[in-house]
Design a protein around this ligand. Sequence first.
Ligand code: R5P
Length: 291
Amino acid sequence: MADLDDLREGKLFGVGIPVAQQAFHVKGADHLSWGMKDRLSRIFNPKSGRSVMLAFDHGFIMGPTSGLERIDLNIQPLMEYADCLMCTRGILQTSVPPTVNKPICLRSDAGTSILTELNDNVIIDIQEAVRMNVSAMAVMLAIGDEKYEAKTIANLYNAVDQGSKYGIPVMGVTAVGKQMARDARYFGLASRICAENGANIVKTYYCDGFENVVSACPVPVVIAGGKKLPELEALELCYKAINEGAAGVDMGRNVFQSEDPAAMIQAVHAVVHESITPQQGYEMFLDLKKK
Ligand code: R5P
């Protein structure tokens, strides 16, 4: 029964003070549901609007590649420096402590390995994604691949349909077939197709003319790091991408294959969130490496 004694009258109604209109910090997300926005806010820092996603899902295609032989030894120490963790469900369940409490971008499709060409993908059951409390689902699109383009677009469509029911955003991952040019025309096309089909985030690659890729994409674009580069070059890549409109990085090998992965992810974080120069980032990397 409600306690009726000492029932205090409300006084602070703020009459005449309009309710503040809050602009949402994630591109293209203004009209999404509260759950979607909550999850996107866990991934993209509300102050900077950016994200450093640590990608270590490579094993689902490559097996125990260099730097990922032991997730517990190589990747766990880096998790505190990442804004978001991108991995498969197998690694999430076995090797990511739930106590780490970071948003998860779940690799949600499968069907390909380095031993074959692009393959027919399947996607995860949405209930599995909900059970694992993921903040986003990542699904690959093979735009331009005659055999698998339609199937991978269907996978994205399906993931978006399912994600929408439960407020889980979807990240479209643009795969580059061997026959595709790695240029702004191709990445612009592939990124836009991801967004048109409902992706809330697009992961693609940096290229000349990248600002056009970002400009024509109505949702945030994050870049993959690609093959291992010398540390300064990798920081230059992050800097250029951010300066040309990327909302962050989804970086793997250039972090976990670095001479000092913990120092590298901290330098990447500073370039992405604090807009320090690549040279400053490199000095930070060297300083942290010495310690
Ligand atoms: C690509 O589909 C993989 O899922 C990786 O997550 C992605 O390529 C990012 O990793 P890296 O920076 O090593 O390219």
